[in-house]
Design a protein around this ligand. Structure first.
Ligand SMILES: [Zn+2]
Length: 488
């Protein structure tokens, strides 16, 4: 199988210096090399003896460079150890250090140009070509230069700001490459030549977040929060997201047979019968894809699933299926997992949907029924609006997904509503091409608190107003007590 972890074989040398977003790609999978979660430990061994122009030391300035990236990353933040000594190549530690050579190799093969290179980051990856995992990255700063720490314009006399160089090199450590050398003209600290850009730009941030996500949990982490995709007359739609920090829910199926662990959800209602192609091309990690129908994450019907378009090589996922008009399909995108301690992949995601209609359009619901709240004994009315391109519309209202006898108009009223009537209502709208069912609308039935008849206050004068007020106060007390008890 793909992605077994073999010994570490490959080393790449990345010249960094004479210096939107692009990546250090695995040329077998065409996906970026990236770190496995949860963190990237780095050891800074640049020295802390000399205060620099901005009051930092080489160590603390480089640590600030790491924090600059950490502020925008969803996972794989740098964790910093300050140390001293001599760095080692392929020793399992990600080190930042000064040296006059890169583990014995010159900064530039042309010795007369060696000084043009400010720093180099080496990259170790897993030997298995199907693995996109990086395993070690060391950054060596060239001692041929004079180093300081400052912001803004470059100083003369070739005095180099270590912080922006560290930001740039740590960008390589994360997996970013030089946008200018990929033919892009953007403002970026990742451009190949040092400049007045002294921190990460929007382009740098976008590039890093495509690999490691933004901070926080995605909004469509849970099945119930699936984001709706709409396909217009073209039948095509492309949506983007992240599965970084997403979780697998209790009862959630394995997508494409893989345990996964970082799934997110989209949904789409077929406007007619037709053929669907769905893929994750453009995603930044090894995905899995599952297509389902159903209303509960723990009771789904599998329609289709795929791990890789080409096993271990083209690690995006693609499925085709025949859609029934009016049916809502749920799409789960997860990261491939070797079921090891590293867990599932995660990154920026792209989901592409292409739909070709093969039949007449089912009704389109233009106004969904809305939630209703009524007092017990009141009347609740649900209403739907829908259009049809084919034939006439008929309606069937449902309660808890079961058809309500005789509830066959565009509105449905419940007179003398009681708590037993509370719950989820929907309506199925049908034309000659098929049916579509609305979203659920919830009926909430409120019951007044029990009325406590006030005891006579005597005095004979008690007119209506004081008694009513007293009664209301008692009711409020009753509510408060029940509320308090319910929390015990
Ligand atoms: Zn570089």
């Amino acid at each position: 199988m793909k992605k077994a972890f073999f010994s570490l074989l490959a080393v790449l040398l990345l010249p960094a210096a004479v210096w939107g977003f692009t990546y250090l790609l695995n040329d077998h999978t065409n996906l970026p090399y990236k770190w496995p979660p949860p963190a990237v430990p780095i050891t800074i061994m640049l020295g802390s003896s000399t205060p620099l122009s901005d009051g930092t030391t080489y160590n603390s300035s480089a640590q600030a460079a790491a924090e600059t990236w950490n502020n925008v990353l969803g996972d794989n933040k740098f964790t910093v150890t300050i140390s001293s000594g001599t760095p080692g190549d392929h020793n399992g530690v990600n080190e930042l250090a000064f040296a006059s050579t890169v583990f014995g190799q010159p900064f530039n093969a042309d010795a007369t140009k060696a000084k043009t290179v400010l720093a180099i980051t080496t990259e170790w990856t897993v030997g298995n070509p199907s693995s996109n995992q990086r395993t070690e990255a060391d950054t060596i700063f060239n001692t041929a230069w004079t180093w300081d720490s400052y912001r803004g314009a470059l100083k003369g006399n070739n005095v180099i700001d270590i912080q922006r160089v560290a930001i740039h090199e740590l960008g390589h450590n994360l997996g970013l490459n030089h946008p200018d050398e990929a033919g892009q003209s953007v403002s970026a600290v990742m451009n190949s030549k040092i400049s007045a850009v002294d921190t990460i730009t929007t382009d740098d941030t976008t590039g890093a977040q495509n690999l490691y996500g933004p901070p926080g949990v995605p909004a469509n982490d849970d099945f119930a929060n699936a984001i709706a995709i709409t396909t217009g007359s073209s039948g095509a739609a492309t949506v983007n997201g992240y599965n970084t920090n997403a979780t697998k829910q209790t009862g959630e199926p394995n997508h494409a047979g893989n345990v996964g662990g970082h799934s997110v959800w989209w949904k789409w209602t077929a406007p007619s019968a037709g053929n669907v192609t769905l893929d994750t091309k453009g995603s930044y990690s090894d995905t899995t894809l599952g297509v389902y129908t159903g209303t509960s994450v723990s009771a789904l019907t599998t329609i289709a699933g795929n791990d890789d378009i080409q096993d271990g090589v083209i690690q995006a996922s693609s499925v085709t299926f025949t859609a029934v008009g009016g049916t809502t399909y749920f799409f789960a995108v997860d990261g491939f997992s070797n079921a090891d301690a590293l867990g599932a992949d995660s990154s920026g995601l792209t989901l592409n949907l292409n739909f070709t209609s093969t039949g007449a359009a089912v009704p389109v619901i233009t106004t969904q029924p809305s939630n209703q709240t009524v007092a017990a004994g009141g009347t609740a009315t649900f209403t739907v609006a829908a259009t049809t391109a084919t034939g006439t519309l008929s309606y069937q209202w449902n309660y808890s997904n079961a058809a309500l006898p005789g509830a066959t108009a565009s509105s449905y009223s419940i007179a003398n509503a009681q708590t037993a009537n509370a719950g989820n209502y929907s309506v199925t709208v049908t034309n000659s091409a098929g049916s579509v069912t609305s979203a659920n609308a919830t009926l909430t039935v409120t019951t007044p608190p029990p009325v406590t008849t006030p005891t006579s206050s005597g005095g004979g004068g008690g007119g209506g107003a004081p008694s009513l007020w007293f009664c209301a106060a008692l009711s409020l007390l009753g509510l408060a007590r029940r509320h308090f008890r319910s929390r015990r």
